[in-house]
Write a protein that binds this ligand. Structure first.
Ligand code: ZN
Ligand code: ZN
Length: 305
């Protein structure tokens, strides 16, 4: 009994040392015998993921799928795991992005057959470590550039910069690895955007020559989400709040104080900005034109290009 427990602990410790997943040869290299592995599997603490590869029972389901497929979690899955902001529906042809694993097996890796495989296989060149898990952020961004829209890619790059997952050297590496059509997006990216929505607005408004400032403190009003063209306050309603009368009253008070300072307030929800941009843009441009601000802003940017 005692010996069995010690063996079991050491298998789990060795697996943990490999990030939760290891090949049988790696376990045997640490002196763990086949019989002990079989016992741990029978106990349920360790699972056989595919022939010759074992994992701790609590390992991330995406990682297990990637192992079954023959590689590591890449693309959006690897970015999400690190907290990178990923636009909803960012991945090509997918209503539920997380339901389709993108698995990196490297240029010469072997793709394994497994039940219920819906994986998209990535073959890019990269450093394959000894373990299984998630590809590094740079490789994930390179993969995401191929699988996602340019906007979703830009948002993910800015989020990675803001989180400190990549720096300027990383952006340079992306420039070298990706086709020229991505270079303008990379040139525009910086680490200041505090949310994916901010990155998206920045990119979309820039195309229209409208300046964007985020998290602006306005005397008497407070901190507002965005100021556009120096004249419009854009507030983004969250998905959960703004359902109570007190919230509504607070918003109306803010709008009134802003109006007193010659700001126009427009409110949109997240879904409108992401999925119904023409409606949002028409509203913004209409108000800016009425305020006489857009023509000047657009011409300045146009000259700067
Ligand atoms: Zn992908
Ligand atoms: Zn698969």
């Amino acid at each position: 009994m005692q010996a069995g427990n010690i063996e079991r602990v050491s298998i789990e410790r060795v697996l943990a040392g490999y990030g939760g997943v290891a090949r049988r040869a790696q376990l045997e290299g640490h002196g763990i015998r086949r019989a002990a592995i079989a016992r741990a599997v029978a106990d349920g603490g360790v699972i056989l993921v595919r022939k010759g590869v074992y994992a701790l029972a609590h390992v991330d389901a995406d990682v297990l799928t990637a192992v079954r497929h023959g590689g590591e979690v890449g693309c959006a899955g690897a970015l999400r795991q690190r907290g990178v902001w990923i636009l909803d529906d960012a991945e090509e042809g997918s209503a539920a992005p997380s339901s389709r694993p993108h698995v990196w097996i490297g240029p010469s890796g072997r793709q394994h057959r497994h039940a219920a495989c819906r994986c998209r296989t990535h073959h890019e060149t990269g450093e394959r470590g000894v373990g299984f898990g998630f590809v590094d952020v740079l490789l994930a961004l390179i993969q995401f550039a191929c699988c996602a829209s340019p906007e979703a890619f830009f948002v993910a790059v800015e989020s990675s910069l803001h989180l400190g997952l990549i720096g300027l050297a990383g952006v340079q590496r992306l420039r070298e690895s990706l086709p020229a059509r991505f270079h303008e997006l990379l040139d525009l990216a910086d680490d200041r955007s505090e949310s994916g929505l901010e990155s998206l607005l920045k990119l979309r408004l820039r195309r229209c020559g409208i300046t964007l400032a985020a998290q602006v403190q306005i005397d008497g009003v407070g901190r507002v989400d965005f100021v556009l063209g120096g004249r419009i306050i854009l507030e983004v309603d969250g998905r959960l709040n703004h359902d109570g009368a007190s919230h509504r009253h607070k918003d109306l008070m803010r709008d009134a104080r802003a109006a007193a300072q010659r700001y126009e307030t427009l409110r949109f929800d997240y879904a409108m900005i992401v999925h119904d941009w023409p409606t949002v843009l028409a509203a913004i441009e209409g108000r800016l034109a009425a305020l006489g601000a857009v023509v000047q802003g657009a011409s300045v940017v146009a000259q700067g290009r």
